[in-house]
Design a protein around this ligand. Structure first.
Ligand code: 13P
Ligand code: SF4
Length: 331
């Protein structure tokens, strides 16, 4: 398929469908292109190992937003999902932001369409709107302060006691924050389809087989998983816990991509991914189908042709920027 045809089918396929010759050394070519074009590769911990290993920076949602805010590169290649690349573009209107596959979405971002959210906001006049970074630019434009799982507690605590709060879109994270902060919050009804899947029964069975293992969970997980967790934290929090804990074994309730970095920073630890209810996959772990759409081939093509690009209309960008900058100031 030629470039013109690949560009035509881009909206439907999400990526440039151009065959990559089998004899090409992808890592070498990606390195050449990023140097030639002054591009930086930012990757989330949920990316496949080979992508994490070539990234200039690997991090959680907050770390990635901070890295995007301070990069001096001309091109940001975002190995993550759409809302992350969009956040990078909002922070860098003059840089080119590439997402290797535009269909790398997020069930949380999808759960909050702007028209419905605007109507919900109108039903709660005077409420401070705190939105998880996993939202579209349109939701960020309707938001007072953005947060991530790393800073959510701090951000909620920064809001004056007499203010009522809407928290969107993750109801599991929202319920966890109500418990942690003691603040009453109105929650939007969204979930992460990946963290929803963990099986309590299977985790408890693993714990029986590994009685000394620490159960650690991301706060996007359901309350019955969080209730049995020894530690709850963002991806970077979980990574730090594994690295610093005296424990030798861990049952990890988050997307399994993080195990790659955990094994690198704590090679002597036993890392057991928490299984989903329905584990018909071979790894008995939980993978985000959106994060896993990115591949080295798609990164190579995106850098070579500087497509697909993520753009945000200027008026919307300026509105969305305010709530992101408030988060960065408070972090
Ligand atoms: P953090 O990287 O903030 O922990 O979020 C996890 C996640 O689900 C990102 O999509
Ligand atoms: Fe969205 Fe969940 Fe995938 Fe993160 S892991 S991108 S929250 S669906």
């Amino acid at each position: 398929m030629d470039l013109k045809k690949a560009i035509e089918t881009l909206p439907e396929k999400g990526y440039l469908d151009i065959p990559v010759p089998g004899n090409i050394d992808l890592v070498k070519e990606i390195n050449r292109l990023r140097k030639e074009k002054n591009a930086v590769i930012l990757a989330h911990y949920y990316q496949v190992p080979e992508i994490q290993d070539i990234a200039d920076y690997v991090g959680d949602s907050l770390g990635l937003a901070q890295a995007a805010a301070k990069t001096e590169a001309d091109i940001i290649l975002f190995a993550g999902v759409h809302f992350m690349a969009e956040t990078a573009k909002i922070l860098n209107p003059d840089k080119k932001v590439l997402l290797p596959d535009l269909l790398a979405g997020c069930s949380l971002a999808e759960s909050a369409p702007a028209d419905k959210f605007e109507a919900f906001k109108k039903q709660h006049p005077g409420y401070v709107v705190v939105s998880y970074v996993n939202t579209s630019a349109a939701i960020k434009a309707l938001t007072d302060i953005v947060c991530t799982s790393s800073n959510a507690e701090k951000i909620i605590n920064s809001i004056p006691e007499d203010k009522k709060i809407i928290f969107a879109p993750d109801k599991n994270l929202g319920a966890y924050l109500i418990k942690k902060t003691g603040r009453e919050m109105v929650l939007w009804d969204g979930v992460c389809e990946v963290h929803e899947q963990f099986s309590l029964e299977k985790i408890l069975k693993l714990k029986e087989a590994h009685p000394d293992a620490k159960i650690i969970a991301h706060p996007e997980s359901r309350d019955y998983i969080l209730n049995i967790a020894d530690y709850i934290g963002s991806t970077s929090g979980l990574l730090k816990f594994v690295q610093e804990s005296d424990a030798k074994e861990f049952i990890i309730a988050t997307e399994s991509g993080i195990l790659h970095k955990m094994a690198q920073v704590a090679p002597d630890k036993v890392l057991i991914p928490a299984p989903p209810e329905d584990d018909d996959n071979s790894c008995a772990c939980t993978e985000c189908p959106y994060m896993k759409r990115n591949t080295l081939e798609k990164i190579y093509l995106a850098l070579k042709y500087e497509l697909p690009e993520v753009n945000v209309e200027e008026e919307l960008r300026k509105k969305a920027l305010v709530s992101i900058e408030r988060m960065l100031e408070l972090s």
